[in-house]
Design a protein around this ligand. Structure first.
Ligand SMILES: Nc1ncnc2c1ncn2[C@@H]1O[C@H](COP(=O)(O)OP(=O)(O)OP(=O)(O)O)[C@@H](O)[C@H]1O
Ligand SMILES: [Mg+2]
Length: 286
């Protein structure tokens, strides 16, 4: 089932001098079983939007339908715990998600909260830990003495352990080194391809969008600016430039080659295709 969002509005601190309209009527369908990127400049409303998906924030207008739940203003969500199990959200700032005294307890918290025995939960922790690139030497350490990237790995493990249907990741590779970021993206792709999870990824990394995602949603000042498949999106670099987003390296290279007079079709979206295209024109000139 896809995720339907209609006329979604979110006003922070409504009716106070600090009132701020963060989402201004968003209409969206997020496809099931795909990897969707949510992009946009800082403050455009990405984190606000994704926090509605598991009922962490409630709409102040409009509604959303997700995993059989209908979420609308002033309507109490029945069995919100179950919704949070189906829709796993990894926060932008992982420290908000960590609170136990050891990493083992922190990751085991979710399953124990759902009635899994301590023994079973601890066995699950040992299964999920290598998926996020950590080993058992971390189990007894405090989550608060970890680096930013390690905290993020623990926070992701704490969500994966619940085996959610929809995985919502708010800037999951921020703070990771390039190799760590690639490993993490590969893990999300594996969960998508092999276990058919719907993945939503908030990111500022356009190379990740281009290399790993199927669908793109662009927010701008609380509004939906664009929505399309990744191929269509990257054939229009002006869409990114118009809202101050730096295109991925390959698209920047295409733009530079076009400026130098090469004829580069918009449809080219891989380095191999680009090399062949340019090589053809260089040898043709000789
Ligand atoms: N708790 C809050 N109270 C009041 N305003 C908020 C709150 N959280 C966010 N905002 C405001 O809502 C707008 C959208 O914020 P949001 O965090 O959703 O942006 P974002 O696109 O995730 O940005 P970033 O890329 O920096 O993470 C911003 O103007 C922000 O200042
Ligand atoms: Mg954010």
């Amino acid at each position: 089932m896809s995720i339907e969002i209609e006329a979604l509005e979110h006003v922070y601190n409504k009716g106070t001098p600090f009132e701020h309209v963060a989402l201004k009527g968003i209409d969206l369908t997020i496809p099931e079983g795909k990897v969707t990127a949510i992009i946009g400049q800082t403050g455009s409303g990405k984190s606000t939007l994704v926090q509605h998906l598991n009922g962490l924030l409630m709409p102040t207008g409009g509604f959303l339908d997700i995993c059989g739940y209908h979420i609308q203003p002033l309507l109490k969500i029945k069995d919100i715990k179950e919704l949070r199990k189906k829709v796993g959200l990894v926060f932008q700032f992982p420290e908000y998600q960590l609170f136990e005294e050891t990493i083992e307890k922190d990751i085991a918290f979710g399953p124990k909260n759902f009635g899994t025995s301590e023994e079973e939960a601890n066995a699950l922790v040992r299964k999920v830990l290598p998926l996020v690139g950590l080993d058992e030497s971390y189990l007894d350490r405090s989550p608060f003495e970890l680096s930013g990237g390690q905290k993020r790995r623990v926070a992701i493990a704490g969500i994966l352990i619940l085996n959610p249907e929809v995985l919502v990741l708010d800037e999951p590779t921020a703070g990771l080194d390039p190799q760590g970021a690639t490993e993490m993206m590969s893990l999300f792709m594996k969960l998508n391809c092999e276990m058919n999870k719907t993945v939503l990824l908030v990111t500022h990394d356009m190379d990740h969008v281009m290399n790993y995602c199927d669908h793109v949603i662009v927010l701008d000042h609380g509004k939906l600016k664009h929505e399309s498949d990744v191929q269509t999106f990257f054939q229009h670099p002006d869409w990114m430039l118009n809202i101050g987003i730096n295109p991925p390296a390959l698209i920047r290279l295409k733009m530079q080659l076009k400026e130098k007079g090469f004829d580069i079709p918009d449809s080219i979206l891989t380095l191999d295709e680009l090399v062949k295209c340019v090589a053809g024109q260089v040898s043709a000139d000789e």
